[in-house]
Design a protein around this ligand. Structure first.
Ligand code: DNO
Length: 398
């Protein structure tokens, strides 16, 4: 298993030299400053790669191995006229990355919003902080802040009453914070940040797009990308929709094992693969993570390891728990990943799966620092250390 670590670039408060101290070997990164839809120039990729890979004599070198993510322009998801130029530009970015030796590419196909949380500083009983998705708060945003047309159809009378009550309890500042968390996006998002009015317009663009048409648009995109990826030896790794279900009237199509079955049945190319994000898939009670890891083993090119604990009375609400103690059987997932690596080793030289500790708690010295929510150093290092322990123990047993 190759231990990787996400780095957001020169503005990331966690520096490359900090990451070096974690003993992770590989970096997951992207050119976040390039506008969505534009090709990443070769020179810019090389420059970023040098920031990651150059080091003083005697220092442990790091490698930029995974891209998370090349963003997919909304026009591609909407299959708008003229979107071919954005598809071509995505492919050109992939070609430039492959020229630099970077061949594992994560992406997602979530319309309008990327990963979404309602609380970025949810206090844990330990005193640290976690990220949280609260379904009731989300409904309050949808119904009473965004006031989305037709939103009431998506909630029961009881949910609407609870959302109203909560909305009334929120201060102006809390409403603003909630709005920002949802429409301005979180670190590493692959969609633009919007104002409320633009956000409404963006949602309206999807009025006539249901799950089937969105899937059709994904397949069209992949139909262009996969043949080139195969030639270049690039592995694509689609990230699930987080949280994994329809939101704000938008269809979401990478949420369950059934969604993945459709994807691979339709496009069996060996370049077509997934990011097994344990925390995302695990925020649905009907996703059995070790079973999914076994079922799609050969398709897993990258894995985000973390867990969530769902609220007992509202399974759509959850907080990000510690890496090993959650509703997700991370030991079961790692067991499946290691078994897959052994299988791959029998087939050929490239057998390792990139994993990274996903989101960590904000604890200790990080509590008073400015951090990218979910991406503070110490919490992720704790997660990595726990994962590393599991890997060692399982490898020893085999
Ligand atoms: C958050 C994430 C997302 C993810 C992109 C993948 O922590 O897992 O930012 O990287 O949506 O394309």
């Amino acid at each position: 298993m190759r231990e990787s670590w996400r780095w957001f670039g020169p503005g990331d408060p966690v520096t490359i030299n900090d990451i070096r101290q974690t003993d992770a070997t590989d970096i997951v990164s992207a050119l976040h400053h390039i506008p969505i839809g534009e090709t990443w120039p070769l020179a810019a990729i090389r420059e970023h790669q040098a920031l990651i890979e150059s080091c003083e004599p005697g220092q442990t070198p790091l490698r930029w191995s995974v891209v998370e993510s090349i963003p997919v322009h909304e026009d591609i998801k909407l299959a708008r006229e003229g979107c071919q130029r954005y598809i071509d530009s995505w492919v050109a970015t992939m070609e430039n990355l492959a020229t630099c030796g970077i061949r594992t590419i994560c992406y997602n196909f979530m319309p309008v919003i990327d990963w979404t949380r309602t609380d970025l500083k949810y206090q844990l009983p330990s005193g640290g902080y976690a990220l949280r998705f609260d379904q009731r708060k989300f409904a309050a945003f949808d119904l009473y802040i965004l006031q989305r047309e037709g939103a009431e159809r998506d909630y029961t009378a009881q949910e609407i009453a609870a959302a109203r009550q909560l909305f009334e309890q929120l201060s102006e500042q809390e409403r603003q914070q909630l709005t920002n968390n949802i429409i301005a996006g979180l670190p590493g998002r692959m969609t633009d940040a919007y104002g409320l009015e633009t956000f409404r317009e963006m949602l309206a663009n999807y009025r006539d797009i249901d799950a089937d048409s969105l899937r059709h648009n994904l397949f069209r995109f992949l139909g262009n990308v996969l043949p080139v990826a195969e030639k270049l030896g690039v592995k694509l790794a689609i990230h699930p929709d987080d949280p994994p279900r329809d939101m704000l009237g938008l269809p979401r199509i990478i949420c369950t094992a059934a969604d993945l079955e459709i994807l691979f049945e339709r496009l069996p190319s060996p370049a077509n693969g997934i990011t097994l994000c344990a925390g995302t898939y695990g925020s649905r009670p009907d996703n059995d993570l070790p079973a999914m890891a076994r079922q799609f083993a050969s398709r897993i090119h990258f894995s985000h390891l973390r867990g969530v604990i769902r609220d007992s009375d509202e399974q759509r609400s959850f907080y990000e728990a510690s890496h090993l103690n959650s509703d997700v059987d991370i030991v079961g997932v790692i067991t499946a990943l290691l078994a897959e690596e052994r299988r791959r080793a029998e087939e050929g030289p490239v057998s390792e799966i990139f994993i990274r500790p996903d989101h960590g708690h904000q604890i200790l010295d990080d509590v008073n620092k400015t951090v990218n929510p979910g991406y503070s150093c110490i919490g992720r290092l704790k997660g990595l250390a726990e994962i590393r322990g599991v890997v060692k123990a399982l490898e020893y047993r085999n």
